[in-house]
Design a binder for this molecule. Sequence first.
Ligand code: GCV
Length: 720
Amino acid sequence: MRRLNIYSLLVLFCAVLPSLHAEEGYKLWLRYDQVGDAQKLKAYSQIIKSYFVEGNSPTHGVISHELNVALQGLLGKTLPASQSVQAGSLLVTLASSPLLSPLNVGEKLKSAGDEGFVIFTSTLQGKKVIIISANKTPGLLYGTFHFLKLIQTQQDISNVSITSAPKLKIRILNHWDNLDRTVERGFAGFSLWDWHKLPDYLDPRYIDYARANASVGINGTVLTNVNANALILREDYLKKVAAMADLFRPYGIKVYLTARFSAPIEAGGLKTADPLDTEVQQWWKNKAAEIYKLIPDFGGFLVKANSEGQPGPQNYGRSHAEGANMLADAVKPFGGIVMWRAFVYDNNVPEDRAKQAYSEFKPLDGTFRDNVMVQVKNGPIDFQPREPFHPLFGAMPKTPLMMEFQITQEYLGFATHLVFLPSLFKEVLDTDTYAKDKNCTVAKIVDGSIDNHALTGMAGVANIGNDRNWTGHHFGQANWYGFARLAWDHSLTPEQIADEWVRMTFSNNADVVAPLKNMLLTSHEAVVNYMTPLGLHHIMGYNHHYGPGPWINKGRPDWTSVYYHKADSAGIGFNRTSTGSKALDQYADPVKKQMESITTCPEKYLLWFHHLPWTYKTKSGRILWDEICYSYNEGVDAVRVMQKNWNSVEGKVDAERFKMVKDFLAIQEKEAVWWRDACLSYFQSYSKLPIPSGLDKPPYSLEYYQKLSFPYAPGIRPQW
Ligand code: GCV
């Protein structure tokens, strides 16, 4: 009897093992679970009976493989791969295929470019078929994934007619990955790139990475940290890079590297890295030629120069444009580009940090080579939970400006907080810069439509590591997904993106979709409220940036918190108006006017632009101090609502992901309370006002919060 029990347990254990393994989140949004709705499953099976991928490039191979795996999973049976048009074919072929000559597909694809696609129902050779077509092969790949998404999200495919083309040319991930496999501001384990074993061992995960990116239209990856190491430019490392580029190529992904400006000295043995020195220029030209010999479609360089201790042209009295142009000249013959970052600020400049990038770059407008893009962070400080848009957007009409968003949650709770970043991204993209007139949104500056730029792009600082679920938090996958979707089409709404992602990643069950969407769509406002409400910013822990630290007042002034919140007994906030730092002068007049006046400044930016008395009356009728207290509490309450929503799907999603998300939400709730209590304790030491009755009071003294320390917080190089 006893033996039988153990045996039964073993059988049971083995029976659940495969499914446990399957639910670790590795498959991302490409789960391809069988369509649950029996009627829909039947309808799909009647419409698609076989697939025909015409062509035999490596990318065609990728498409065939994906269709094979996906359709088998979704429809629960193997569909034949045919070599001719049949009734119920899913035909994937280029517009130039003679098969399509009766259909004038070229017309449909007129403005689809090299990466756009069409998907449409048609009759070909008297047979009803669905056609995925494109001008160039990458479009076929993107069209295939789009088609699969229709089934994954259970759309009607009985009469499809879709045309889609990316609004931006370069849709790229920036990995802040070091060669020792640590990831700066990475919270999902170590780097995926196993440099030690490359190029001889190619981790199959590289393919899954490429597949996932291709499925959402990412077409570039910068493999190395912007705080760069010149070693990556050494021949043996370049061979490792080339091996990855070979793997990624069929997935439409180009490889880029960060260029350390002082590499000619460190890697080339020269005495200088002065961009006007002919030997230095030649060194970069030779290096570019060497790279392109190994990687003919190498994308180009991303550069962080003269920022946070990185070397740059200013070390030699040269401008950012002179530095960028030297590199641009080196890669130009091979079709490469340079993404030159505008994230610059200098401790020794007595100017508001928020103003410095504009002050340095605006005068350089029109002086960059045509293969240079200036990469600008979404806001003027540094990826805070909320920032107004960066004043450079709209201020450099002669230069293509690339958007830089941070997908990894350096300032938003690391990997344990659920924060849906498409809400943040969209808020910025949809903001009107008024650069020329009304309706010059940040998105339109970035997509080149306002100033007629062909070179356009969006970069996302990746949140990916070697954790099995890629992003640490299962919901962190939504930010990778959402970034890519917006880079493809910035007109999508967070609601649409959340809907797609939930259906593909968790379930099409309405009882799951609704609560999960609610969690996603309320999460950004929640984190803003429990960390930095009403325009507060940069009040986190020193260096590792973990947890609250509004009291930080030592070290480089522009790395302290007191520099930003300026709380004193009279009030709180950074006066950036005409009576303060005048940062508002960097915006177009309508923006400046709106923000300058306390009555029209949206309260979400109040303390970003204004220093106000604690007793200032806010729109709710409460005094500022009370409003701050209520906002922090709203943030905490919103996390608790997220927990309730998540609890409601227990049993409707797999147990393994359910448990992990539940545990992470408990961490988030605990840390939201910590943020609230620590910040209110600290600010109360200035306001001297009571916490409004009915709200929780901090259980510990301010000293308690100040003494907490986290020497091993992740995201920065270990210092032990
Ligand atoms: C890669 C912030 C981060 C740094 C990062 C820097 C940047 O300052 O804290 O880790 O460095 O931004 O974007 O270059």
